[in-house]
Ligand binder design. Structure first.
Ligand code: TXA
Ligand code: MG
Length: 356
């Protein structure tokens, strides 16, 4: 992107590309999306190809205004309108019965459709200028960590994308909350920026959890293994982190430790660094993916993450790090007394215990 260009010019250029059936990556308040005209099946196919995503996995359609809801969904209940009016624009995706005239490619052949209005000025301008719905999954390769900056999109998808709109770092940092309202029941499919409690309060009814990690292959955000960095990742309680880090360092690994300690308590040496994360769940969520992207590129053999608290406000963060860890490495800590595997000991390794 030419930085001298006015954003309005970029929006117009993006609209021309979307109308021509090309893809445009754009910022939202959650993560960057890889967008295409939702009513153009060939354009939608390009998204699947660029991401390397199986064609039966449904995409979210982004719309400009609540009044567009019934252009995409049918049998819209009062509960749906209440949620849409309370939380849109915002990090909430509603899964609803798909209108029959909406091409089924966008929802992976399913009879339902995922809809949301993003809360980001660039996304809002793009949607208004384009006029129609923009299908957009997160702008990353299938199964990888979602992008929260334009640079992450460039690093992950590069020249495959028609254009990347710049919009700064994403404010929420984890993907939208997904609620299905298809059969009268409200079911939480993915925790995210809007909490379960907020949704239950607005609906005045219980929201069931469909978020089981059951491995439903048609809902990729729910696959047990997803949002994963290339570097193997383990999650451990704070009390075991130092022990595990030391074990790995003694095996010759370069280790990055992501903790919930205060900044001043962070530690760095030749084979181990710690990154101190915010202690508020919302702040943690905002920087989680950028931290994973950064550490993933830094050449560590292993990422160790301190397990966050298991309270409702940490639901989305816990969900994402569990999926990031799944299938990479099982956290194993032997009860055996450790000893160095070679004569070489990290010079400052004793200090690790002071900090972890
Ligand atoms: O925050 C977000 O939701 C971001 C931004 C770009 O809007 N988008 C995003 O899209 O995370 P994606 O495709 O990476 O994840 C969307 C999730 C997937 O797990 C998909 O299977 C699910 O939404 N989904 C979409 N349509 C669905 C449908 N009709 N039924 C069930 N799940 C659906
Ligand atoms: Mg995704």
């Amino acid at each position: 992107m030419n930085p001298k260009k006015l954003p309005e010019d970029d929006i117009q250029a993006a609209v021309v590309l979307l109308r021509a059936g090309e893809t445009v990556a754009f910022p939202t308040e959650t993560v960057y999306g890889l967008g295409a005209d939702a009513r153009n099946p060939l354009a939608v196919q390009k998204i699947f190809w660029i991401k390397g995503r199986p064609a039966d996995h449904p995409l979210i359609v982004h719309i400009a205004d609540v009044s567009h809801l019934d252009m995409w969904a049918e049998n819209i209940s009062g509960a749906v309108w209440r949620l849409a009016e309370s939380f849109w624009p915002g990090p909430l995706t509603l899964i609803l019965p798909r209108r029959r005239d909406v091409p089924k490619d966008v929802s992976g052949g399913q009879d339902t459709i995922g809809l949301r209005i993003p809360d980001h000025p660039v996304a809002a301008s793009l949607l208004r200028a384009f006029g129609g719905g923009i299908a957009a999954p997160s702008a990353n390769r299938f199964g990888r960590v979602s992008p929260t900056t334009a640079q992450h999109v460039r690093d992950g998808l590069g020249s495959k994308v028609g254009m990347i709109l710049e919009g700064g770092p994403c404010r929420v940092g984890v993907e939208s909350t997904i609620v299905s309202l298809v059969n009268g029941n409200a079911v939480l499919l993915r925790p995210g920026g809007i909490s379960l409690e907020e949704i239950e309060d607005t609906l005045g009814q219980k929201v069931f959890s469909g978020h089981s990690g059951s491995g439903n292959a048609r809902v990729p955000g729910m696959l047990a293994s997803h949002y994963a960095p290339a570097t193997p990742l383990e999650i451990h309680p704070g009390s075991l982190l130092g022990h595990r880090a030391l074990q790995l360092v003694w095996q010759g690994c370069k280790v990055a430790v992501v903790t919930l300690r205060e900044d001043g308590e962070c530690f760095e040496s030749r084979r181990i660094i710690t990154t101190c994360m915010p202690r508020s769940a919302a702040e943690y969520g905002r920087v989680l993916y950028s931290t994973l992207h950064r550490l993933d590129r830094a050449g560590f053999d292993r990422l160790l993450i301190e397990a966050p608290p298991v309270t409702p406000e940490w639901l989305a963060v816990n969900d994402r790090i569990q999926r990031a860890a799944h299938g990479t490495v099982k956290g194993t800590i032997s009860g055996k007394k450790l000893s160095p595997s070679s004569g070489e000991v990290e010079p400052s390794v004793k200090e690790i215990f002071k900090f972890l």
